[in-house]
Design a protein around this ligand. Structure first.
Ligand code: UT7
Length: 312
């Protein structure tokens, strides 16, 4: 088995920012309600003709530039999106050609907000056994397109954006951690869905409680399976859906606040893109050092959930 490492990150956020004050003019809500219930202040909104693939290509260019890897070196492209441009071709194929990844096999996966961790676990298998040596993950979401802008229960929560990573096989056997656990339970499909292929429908309060419980359990499980304690984690990057969920999770795991990365206030919930946007920001701010252990956890529609521990 080969070792593997994330070697580069990158992201893209659309220029347009929608604030709580803007939303006050659209639905019966207030900055005070949104801030205290969710921690969200702003979210980025894609232009009308700016598709998930267009945002994914911009994020992909950013990752390639930072990595020094040539497009033709990428052998596998996994794209996580709940808002593909069309039924087919896959958003991955559109991004592949947009980035000139001519030697890559490209496919989409559908795991809603857990898309990044699902993608990491797929890439892990291909790289560890040696099928490919260099993989790219792009998570790209245009939730503004599946939001009913008259539904105050959901329109305040989500934003658009794209981000991802390049993951590389290490030629020498290495002992650094790269562990993913993913889970699904379709019996909760109705609680968070786009039932009519049009708009998101969510039973927010029930999702809230199950999200905290599931993410608490899976992070405990992954720490145990890696033989680690919360003190060993240098940075915890949870899915950015709601500040109250993040704080509850931090308290449950007894992780000090300064080790929890939070940017939900500026992006809202960008679904699959939320963890890689946060990872890229944390890296750009110089918050991650070589050898640091980072833990991710996500939860989303399906239900799907997952956790990862990686070494930087
Ligand atoms: O990423 C995938 C996972 N998704 C999530 O993690 C989201 C999970 N859920 C949540 O984040 C929260 O449940 C919400 C932020 C969606 C809602 O917060 P809550 O504390 O669970 O509120 P609630 O749904 O129990 O609603 C409380 C009240 C209701 O009024 P009544 O019935 O008490 O009179 C709602 O109608 O707040 C009302 N309300 C609003 N008021 C002002 C709901 N949305 C709004 C709003 N502005 N935008």
């Amino acid at each position: 088995m080969f070792g593997i490492k994330i070697i580069a990150t990158g992201s893209y956020a659309p220029k347009k920012v929608l604030s709580n004050a803007d939303l006050e003019k659209m639905v019966d809500t207030s900055d005070e309600w949104i801030t205290t219930r969710t921690g969200i202040k702003n979210r980025h909104i894609a232009a009308k003709n700016e598709t998930a693939s267009a945002m994914g290509i911009k994020a992909g260019k950013n990752i390639l530039e930072k990595s020094g890897i040539k497009p033709e070196e990428i052998e596998l492209l996994v794209v996580a999106t709940a808002t593909p441009d069309m039924n087919f071709p896959s958003t991955a194929c559109l991004i592949q050609t947009g980035l000139g990844l001519k030697n890559a096999v490209a496919f989409d996966i559908s795991a809603a907000c857990s898309g990044f961790i699902y993608s990491l676990s797929i890439v892990e298998q291909y790289l560890k056994i040696g099928t490919y040596s260099t993989a790219m993950i792009i998570c790209t979401e245009k939730f503004s397109e599946i939001i009913n802008w008259e539904d105050r229960n959901t329109c305040i929560l989500f934003g658009d954006g794209a981000a991802g990573v390049i993951v590389k096989r290490e030629e020498e056997q290495n002992t650094s951690v790269f562990k993913n656990i993913i889970k699904s339970d379709g019996k909760y499909a109705d609680l968070l869905a786009v039932p009519d292929r049009k708009y998101i429908d969510m039973k927010g309060n029930t999702v809230f409680k199950i999200a905290i419980r599931s993410m608490g359990d899976i992070t405990t499980e992954i720490l145990k399976s890696c033989g680690l304690k919360t003190e060993d984690i240098a940075l915890f990057i949870p899915h950015q859906a709601n500040l109250r969920i993040i704080n509850a999770l931090g308290d449950l795991l007894k992780i000090p606040k300064e080790k929890v990365y939070i940017n939900v206030g500026e992006y809202g919930n960008t679904s699959a893109a939320s963890i890689p946007i946060a990872l890229n920001e944390a890296d750009e701010k110089g918050l991650i050092k070589k050898g640091d252990k980072i833990m991710f956890v996500a939860f989303g529609g399906g239900f799907t959930w997952g956790a990862s521990i990686i070494e930087w």
